[in-house]
Design a protein around this ligand. Structure first.
Ligand code: LLP
Length: 398
């Protein structure tokens, strides 16, 4: 965990709002996964949609992780970061077939998530390009409905009940199905949900003789607030091992996971500065130099992010509503007890590494923050703050 003083000095050097990442924490999280699954044939694909900064990708590559991508541009970023195609997985959703062709031309592993694209893939590649199928297991799980992807009304994956149609396409084109994939949702704490997913996939295994792997997606829970648990990795690893060892075919397959949050949520901090304190009859607002343009999770998912007052940690506690500075309601936290917040204080939001910078925007023509990584005690800038030219870039003056 980064100390308040290292966050303060990064903010002093690079200004606010500022994303700061702790490289050691990423290493620790990856290490937890490797250790927990050491007795199973598990391969980790970091779900880079959570955070695609090139330096972070390179760091994660050096740790030994593979990478899971959700767009062709993420695939290209991963290649640019130095991942060989053999370590890149592209789990697509709802994309044009041309993008799948492009991914195939780059030689990466692909999971297809619709019958329509499976059919096109069969026509174009037949047996020549091994491919995976993303299935919808019809399991409702995850922190909230917006981040649940496996339920029976979800757009993701081919519904398992479409097995006959899948098999008919596979046989028509002699497709080589080497991977079966599910991703049930994000923030799944209960290991048994993964076991239910495994059971769904195990029922399908006999139909796919070319299988080399079973891909259980990501979605491990990380703690956001005190008292929040996280997925018990050792318990999960044990259950997964038990299930696979007991299956005559699955015991020989690789098991893939695609963690995003687990890898990078806790490594990230968003450091902001308090612009304005506004006392009203209802509440005291602490208005910071950021907003949902930089960290959308509180407004979008009602997500809780722990906040600390870095510059006045031992002040007397009061209750604040922490808000941003954009032209819409952008509340980070309601009724949060914090050491007295004064104009100019620095507030830090925890757990900002996953889907923080990555989901940021330039709404209100405000600059996206800079990003800094702290590695072996050294803070280094890995993305400069936007500047005015960035606002004009790509605009065509006529
Ligand atoms: N694999 C697939 C196919 C996915 O769709 C996702 C996330 C992951 C892996 C990684 O899931 P994770 O381990 O990060 O939970 N923006 C939301 C989360 C959306 C997740 C979308 N898919 C949030 O900030 O809570």
């Amino acid at each position: 965990m980064l100390s308040p003083s290292s966050l303060l000095s990064a903010a002093q050097q690079y200004g606010t709002p500022l994303y700061v990442y702790d490289a050691d924490k990423i290493k620790e999280q990856y290490g937890k996964l490797v250790h927990a699954f050491r007795e199973s044939n598990v391969v980790i694909y970091y779900a880079c949609k959570a955070l695609t900064n090139i330096h972070v990708l390179r760091y994660i590559k050096e740790l030994g992780s593979n990478v899971d991508c959700s767009s062709i541009n993420e695939v290209k970023l991963a290649l640019y970061a130095g991942f060989p195609a053999s370590r890149i997985l592209y789990t697509s959703n709802g994309i044009a077939f041309e993008e799948i062709e492009e991914a195939a031309s780059l030689g990466v592993t692909i999971n297809i998530d619709s019958l329509s694209n499976l059919e096109k893939f069969g026509k174009r590649f037949g047996h020549s390009y091994p491919v995976g199928i993303r299935l919808r297991p019809n399991i409702l799980a995850g922190g909230n409905l917006k981040i649940s992807t496996g339920h029976d009304r979800s757009k993701f994956g081919v519904p398992v009940e479409d097995l006959p149609a899948i098999l008919s396409t596979v046989s028509t084109y002699n497709l080589q199905i080497t991977n079966l994939h599910i991703h049930t949702g994000s923030e799944i704490k209960d290991a048994d949900i993964f076991v239910r997913g495994i059971e769904v996939l195990f029922d399908l295994i006999p139909h796919f003789p070319d299988l080399k792997s079973v891909d259980l997606g990501g979605g491990f829970k990380v703690p956001y607030k005190e008292g929040d648990g996280e997925t018990d990795m050792d318990a999960l690893a044990q259950k997964v091992k038990q299930a696979f060892d007991a299956h005559p075919v699955a015991r020989n397959l690789q098991i893939w996971f695609e963690p995003g949050k687990f890898m990078v949520s806790d490594c990230g901090y968003l450091v902001t500065k308090v612009n304005v304190i506004k006392e009203t009859a209802a509440t005291v607002f602490a208005g910071v130099d950021s907003g949902f343009n930089h960290l959308i999770r509180p407004m979008f998912y009602d997500a809780y992010h722990k906040i600390e007052n870095l510059s006045n940690p031992s002040g007397p506690e009061h209750v604040y509503t922490v808000v941003g500075n954009i032209c819409e309601t952008d509340t980070f936290a309601w009724d949060r007890k914090l050491p007295q917040v004064r104009e100019g204080d620095l507030l830090v939001f925890y757990n900002a590494g996953a889907y923080g910078f990555e989901m940021s925007s330039r709404f209100n023509s405000r600059f996206r923050p800079a990003e800094v990584i702290i590695e072996n005690g050294n803070a280094r800038l890995i993305r400069r703050r936007d500047n005015f030219d960035d606002l004009l870039r790509n605009q065509v003056e006529i």
